[in-house]
Design a protein around this ligand. Structure first.
Ligand code: ADP
Ligand code: ZN
Length: 293
């Protein structure tokens, strides 16, 4: 099989072709400007291939209700030109093959669950901490969605008593994303997160917030593996801090080795590195092909 994959992000579109095992054959990156500029380049790239199916993992929020007339649209983004943009429809009309469509984080969760850090397990959670915070999940071998897709970055968490930063989520101010995204770190501390590597207090506070969220996800979803990706997670010193904080928050209540002695093997880096999203999108194409969607 030859599949096409699109990881549609707010700053760039990664486009790739590959096979049903998640092997990438060719890839390009296209800047996300406005649809009239970005999409013709996306289409040009794939036009050279005879594809059997395609998969899209998109930034959101997106409409994932297959019965809706606007299924496959990007919905409420502030990004100029992309609000209500029919991303799935545009690709389907051009290529006339089955196309799988999910959030970027659900695609990454699928990639990690099939050929990454959670291979062999039938559940996992993939969290990205970058420009925004979001998570996707595979539960019982299926991608988690219902009324819409989960929005796990916008949960309420307890503010640290010493943290005076007000938060930057336009909807909720001090939700998880409002307090702990890359831009929130930069605004709170006055420097980009990547320039704060040696400031222990930055990563202690970040771990305090991320660990609270992870504890909630564990209590609600009980995933067999938690994968933490995104730009901010490149600060690897945060992993042991998160491991300790998660143990502290759960306080022995979920009494399993994964949450005690083996926590470092339970909350891990992406097995696929930065390719979780694009490889997952390729595997979305395979799902669409199997379902002839
Ligand atoms: P996006 O979320 O836009 O897809 P990223 O996951 O790379 O992209 O997230 C970008 C955010 O992550 C920015 O706020 C940036 O400051 C932060 N970031 C990127 N690289 C690093 C790094 N090495 N260390 C800390 N923060 C980083
Ligand atoms: Zn929010």
């Amino acid at each position: 099989m030859l599949y096409g994959a699109i990881e549609a992000g707010g700053t760039k579109f990664v486009c790739a072709v590959g096979d049903e095992k998640g092997n990438l054959i060719e890839r390009i990156q296209i800047p996300t400007t406005v649809p009239d500029e970005t999409m013709p380049e996306v289409i040009r790239f794939f036009s050279e291939y005879q594809l059997d199916a395609m998969g899209i993992g998109s930034f959101g929020p997106i409409n994932v209700d297959t019965t809706s007339p606007t299924y496959g649209n990007i919905t409420t983004t502030p990004k100029p030109g992309w609000k209500d943009y029919p991303l799935l429809q545009t690709i389907k009309e051009e290529f006339e093959v089955p196309v799988g469509f999910h959030t970027d984080v659900n695609a990454a969760a699928l990639g990690e669950s099939k050929v990454g850090a959670a291979a062999g397990l039938d559940s996992c959670l993939y969290i990205t901490v970058g420009t925004g915070i979001g998570a996707g999940a595979v539960v019982g071998g299926r991608l988690l969605q219902g009324l819409s897709h989960p929005e796990m970055g916008h949960i309420a968490i307890r503010k640290h008593p010493d943290d005076l930063y007000k938060g930057r989520c336009p909807y909720h101010h001090d939700c998880l994303e409002g307090l702990a995204s890359g831009p929130a770190i930069e605004e709170r501390w006055g420097k980009p997160a990547s320039n704060l590597a040696d400031r222990d207090e930055v990563w202690e506070l970040e771990a305090y917030y991320i660990a609270q969220a992870i504890a909630q996800y564990i209590l609600i979803l009980s995933p067999q593996k938690i994968i933490l990706g995104g730009g901010v997670s490149k600060q690897e010193q945060i992993f042991p801090l998160i491991h300790n904080q998660v143990k502290k928050v759960l306080n022995g209540y979920v009494s399993l080795p994964e949450l005690e002695t083996k926590v470092a093997d339970y909350i891990v880096k992406p097995g696929l590195g930065d390719d979780a999203g694009i490889i997952g999108s390729l595997l979305l194409a395979d799902l669409a092909y199997q379902q002839k969607g």
